[in-house]
Design a protein around this ligand. Structure first.
Ligand SMILES: Nc1nc2c(ncn2[C@@H]2O[C@H](COP(=O)(O)OP(=O)(O)OP(=O)(O)O)[C@@H](O)[C@H]2O)c(=O)[nH]1
Ligand SMILES: [Mg+2]
Ligand SMILES: [Zn+2]
Length: 336
C-alpha cells in the first residue's frame, strides 16, 4: 500500500494554515536531495497542484526538467516555497520513477501519446448500462491500456436502474476482471458506494470512460463532501453527456485509505503505443506458452505458439480468444 503524506479525510487540506518554511535562507541553491516529496493532484496548463505532507502547494516545472511533463499521480520532488500560502509557487525539480502509466493517443492516427495518469494501481473502466449505451470496443481498449501500463482493471457498470448488466458481464466473464454494478438508488442509499469502496481501499484508482457514464457522480460519493466536483447531464437526443469534467483530479478516498482519480470523458482510446508483450503479462496462464512464438509475435498470426499451448490443454481456449479479441481491438478503427 502506498501512502502520500499524512493526509486523512478529516483534515481539510485547503483551509489548514500553511506552515512556514523554517529552513534558514542561504545563497546556496537548495540541494535537490533535500527536496520535499509531493503528489501531483491536478494539472492546469503550467500550474500543478501538489500535496506536500498535509499542504496543498502550487508548483511549476523547473526549467531543468526540460520537456518532461508531470501528470496527475506523479510523485515529484519540490523545492522553493512549500508553505502552500496564497500566491506562492514551488518548483518541481524531479519526477520520480513511475510504477504504472496510463497512456493514450487521442486516436490511432495520432502519433503523440499522452500519459493520462501515473502510478495508479487500478483502472476503473466505467460503463453505463444505458444512457449512453455501452460500447464494448471502448471497454476493450481501456483494458488493453490498463494491461499495457501495468494497472489492474476493474469494471464498473453504472445505471443498472436503466438496463441489466447480464449481457456485458457475460462478454467479460472469461477475462476474470473484478466488477461492480451500481444504480442510482444504490448510490443514494450508500450500498453501491460501499461496494465500490471495497474495491478501492488501499489503492490508487483512476476512473476512465465515455462522457456521461457517471464517473464524477461515483467519485463524488467516494470522497469527502467538501471535495465534490460538479457533474453533467446526458443529452436526451444524442445520449451523449456534456463534457463536464475537463481535467483529471486526484481525491482522497473517504472511509478508507486510497486515492481516486476522476478524468474527463473520452470518446476513443487510441492505442498506438501498445506493446503486445506487455499486454500478455496480464495473462499469466498464457504467458509461458509464448516461449515458442516467433520474435515480435503479435500472438494473432499463424506461427503463434499459443494455439498449440491451448490445444495441449495448458490453458483455457476462452482465455486465448479473449486475449486475441483485446489485441485485435488495436487494429480496428474505432467507430463511435
Ligand atoms: N439513471 C442513472 N443516472 C446516473 C447514474 N449515475 C450517474 N447518473 C447521471 O449521469 C449523468 C452524467 O454523470 P457524470 O457523473 O457527470 O458523468 P461523467 O462520466 O463524469 O461525465 P464526463 O465528466 O463528461 O466524462 C448525470 O446526470 C448523473 O446524474 C445512475 O446510476 N443511474
Ligand atoms: Mg465527469
Ligand atoms: Zn505468439
Amino acid at each position: 500500500m502506498r501512502r502520500y503524506g499524512k493526509h486523512t479525510d478529516e483534515d481539510d487540506i485547503r483551509t489548514r494554515p500553511g506552515r512556514r518554511n523554517t529552513r534558514p535562507r542561504t545563497n546556496i541553491r537548495p540541494k535537490h536531495e533535500d527536496a520535499a516529496e509531493g503528489l501531483v493532484l491536478t494539472v492546469d496548463r503550467g500550474r500543478l497542484t501538489c500535496l506536500v505532507e498535509d499542504r496543498v502547494v502550487m508548483a511549476m516545472k523547473a526549467r531543468e526538467l526540460g520537456r518532461k511533463a508531470a501528470v496527475v499521480g506523479d510523485r515529484v520532488a519540490l523545492v522553493g516555497d512549500l508553505s502552500g500560502q496564497k500566491d506562492t509557487l514551488a518548483r518541481i525539480v524531479r519526477i520520480e520513477e513511475r510504477t504504472s502509466v496510463l497512456r493514450r493517443t487521442a486516436d490511432d492516427d495520432d502519433p503523440y501519446e499522452r500519459v493520462v495518469v501515473a502510478n495508479a494501481d487500478q483502472l476503473a473502466v466505467v460503463t453505463a448500462l444505458a444512457d449512453p449505451e455501452p460500447r464494448p470496443r471502448l471497454i476493450d481498449r481501456c483494458l488493453v491500456a490498463a494491461y499495457d501500463g501495468g494497472l489492474d482493471p476493474l469494471l464498473v457498470l453504472t445505471k443498472s436502474d436503466l438496463a441489466p448488466p447480464d449481457k456485458l458481464l457475460e462478454l467479460y466473464g472469461d477475462l476474470d476482471i473484478p466488477f461492480v454494478v451500481t444504480s442510482r438508488a444504490e448510490l443514494e442509499s450508500g450500498v453501491a458506494v460501499d461496494r465500490v469502496r471495497e474495491q478501492l481501499d488501499g489503492k490508487i484508482t483512476a476512473f476512465v470512460g465515455h462522457s456521461g457514464v457517471g464517473k464524477t457522480t461515483l467519485v463524488n460519493a467516494l470522497v469527502p463532501q467538501e471535495r465534490r466536483r460538479s457533474t453533467g447531464h446526458v443529452n436526451a437526443v444524442t445520449g451523449r453527456g456534456r463534457h463536464t469534467t475537463t481535467s483529471a483530479l486526484a481525491l482522497p478516498l473517504s472511509g478508507g485509505d486510497g486515492w481516486v482519480i476522476d478524468t474527463p470523458g473520452v470518446r476513443s482510446f487510441g492505442l498506438n503505443h501498445v506493446d503486445p508483450s506487455r499486454v500478455i503479462h496480464a495473462f499469466p496462464d498464457l504467458e509461458p506458452g509464448t516461449e515458442g512464438c516467433p520474435r515480435a509475435c503479435s500472438h494473432d498470426e499463424p506461427d503463434c505458439a499459443l494455439d498449440a499451448w491451448v490445444t495441449e490443454g495448458h490453458a483455457d481456449p476462452a482465455r486465448l480468444y479473449s486475449l486475441r479479441r483485446l489485441l485485435a481491438t488495436r487494429e480496428r478503427t474505432e467507430g463511435d
